[in-house]
Design a protein around this ligand. Structure first.
Ligand SMILES: CC(C)(COP(=O)(O)OP(=O)(O)OC[C@H]1O[C@@H](n2cnc3c(N)ncnc32)[C@H](O)[C@@H]1OP(=O)(O)O)[C@@H](O)C(=O)NCCC(=O)NCCS
Length: 191
């Protein structure tokens, strides 16, 4: 099976929405806002990296990276996610390919670093680590990780783009601030 990873184009908008919707439909840590978040990021010009995975002409995966802000840190920090692979193609390394290429893309464009909110073991595979003093308010520390490319290591509270809170429905990332119980459900779901 040949998987092509490429930047999204205008014709991918609807397939990306569908892929994201399907990937998160049964994810217990999700409130199913992810496709709308991707759309809101795109409309705001904040979809810094948007890669699709294609198999036989069909979009079956997607990875997004958008800017984050950290007070007292220079611009150049980004957040990874949402990342989606349709259920029938999960577990074949496609998510890993998307993530590696998305990180390489943002890095080659001059990013200082990238953060991620999610399962520590999974994202640790790509070099993400907990950084003392770099936090996402409300999230248990081990679930918020950073990958530092260059420059001075950022410190402080990270804010995601407004699209994460203004897209329809309950804020996706607020799910992660609900306390450890959400994380236990999330962890069980991916084991
Ligand atoms: C997370 C996701 C993008 C991974 O894509 P994938 O193509 O299945 O991942 P890969 O094949 O590269 O990696 C598979 C590994 O990731 C693990 N994994 C799969 N989904 C995971 C998740 N949500 N969290 C943590 N680990 C996960 C698998 O257990 C597997 O582990 P193994 O290599 O030890 O067997 C995909 O499972 C997905 O779309 N999930 C639903 C949406 C989601 O939860 N996205 C992440 C939050 S933004």
């Amino acid at each position: 099976m040949t998987v092509t990873i490429r930047a999204e184009g205008p014709a991918d908008v609807s397939p990306v929405h569908a892929v994201t919707e399907r990937a998160f439909r049964n994810a217990p840590h999700s409130d199913q806002r992810e496709p709308f978040i991707v759309g809101a990021l795109r409309e705001s010009g904040a979809l810094t990296v948007s890669l699709v995975a294609e198999v036989r002409g069909d979009v079956i995966g997607h990875a997004a990276i958008s800017p984050v802000t950290i007070p007292d840190s220079p611009p150049g920090w980004y957040g990874l996610g949402p990342v989606s692979v349709v259920p029938e193609h999960q577990g074949r390394g496609i998510g890993s390919q998307l993530i590696k290429q998305a990180l390489a893309t943002v890095r080659s464009n001059g990013a200082l670093g990238c953060v991620v909110l999610g399962e520590p073991g999974y994202y640790g595979r790509f070099g993400f680590r907990v950084v003392s003093g770099l936090v996402y308010p409300g999230a248990p520390g081990e679930y918020f990780q950073a990958l530092w490319f260059t420059g001075r290591l950022a410190q402080g509270e990270v804010s995601y783009h407004d699209a994460f809170s203004t897209a329809p429905g309950q804020a996706f990332y607020d799910r992660y601030t609900g306390g450890p119980s959400d994380f236990i459900v999330y962890q069980l779901a991916i084991q």
